[in-house]
Design a protein around this ligand. Structure first.
Ligand code: FES
Length: 259
């Protein structure tokens, strides 16, 4: 558990915020896909910590992107620079970085784009971001991927920007365009999108990992509030795994796809 002083806490758009903490110990080891468990200052000692995906690390500065959706994030949005929060992290298993000859294809839904960003730092190849959301108002952070040199393609359910439809529809034409190249997919976003992505990757025979953000309590593997069904170690059956400790990142082929 570490003290993280807030350096800035700014609105992005549509209820999304970008908060930066001074957190050198966490930044030293944080990898894409991991998260921090935050005790939000002002919420009280006995209120549960909240898990947030790590968006970026820049020197000693840890960035997190969040959306105001309840009391905890509402309180977080009110905190000003200089406020200190109690941070636990980095927590969870990260994404496997792409091999030198693999092109990372990041598939994000909504602010799933936040958790994929550190993969832009571990890729030797120019990667691709496929980002989908309900409408233009929910598309965030894609300019940061463009600035990192990624090829960015957008999809919205209402057609307000980019392709009209689900982000997974962008994958077949991408595969045609990148025929002969080695791709590795990384997903983060709403559960239905991730399950659709996992099914598609299996059908297409493409490698990939998805991050299953699930309801969490303790965040350290003790309470089993966050279990999901995944393939057993021998590959012949299924078992329950904790998203906070055994995940949140799982191979797309190992995730139970029935719900
Ligand atoms: Fe307690 Fe995962 S949140 S075991």
């Amino acid at each position: 558990m570490l003290n993280g002083e807030i350096i800035s806490n700014d609105p992005l758009k549509s209820g999304y915020f970008f908060v930066r903490f001074h957190a050198p110990e966490i930044c030293a080891t944080a990898r894409a896909g991991q998260f921090v468990h935050v005790r939000i200052a002002g919420l009280g000692q006995y209120i549960l910590r909240r898990p947030f995906s790590i968006h970026s690390t820049d020197g000693d500065v840890l960035s997190v992107v969040y959306k105001v959706v309840g009391n905890g994030t509402e309180q977080l949005s009110r905190l000003t620079p200089g406020t200190v929060c109690d941070l636990l992290g980095p927590v969870g298993n990260p994404y496997t970085p792409p091999a030198d000859d693999e092109i990372p294809v990041l598939v994000g839904g909504g602010y799933g784009s936040a958790a994929l960003y550190l993969l832009t730092r571990t890729s030797k190849q120019r990667g691709v971001l496929l980002l989908g959301a309900r409408s233009e108002a929910d598309l965030i952070l894609h300019d940061r991927y463009r600035d990192a040199g990624f090829d960015v393609r957008l999809a919205t359910n209402d057609g307000s920007v980019g392709y009209k439809g689900f982000v997974t529809a962008l994958i077949p034409p991408l595969l045609e365009e990148y025929a002969g190249k080695k791709l590795r997919f990384y997903g983060c976003g709403p559960r239905p999108m991730l399950l659709a992505l996992a099914r598609q990757l299996i059908e297409l025979g493409q490698p990939g990992e998805i991050s299953l953000d699930h309801l969490m309590c303790c965040g350290v593997g003790a309470c089993f509030a966050c279990v999901v069904k995944v393939r057993s170690d021998d590959g012949n059956g299924w078992k329950y795994a904790r998203t906070c400790k055994d995940g949140p990142v799982f191979d797309a082929r190992d995730v139970w796809l029935e719900d």
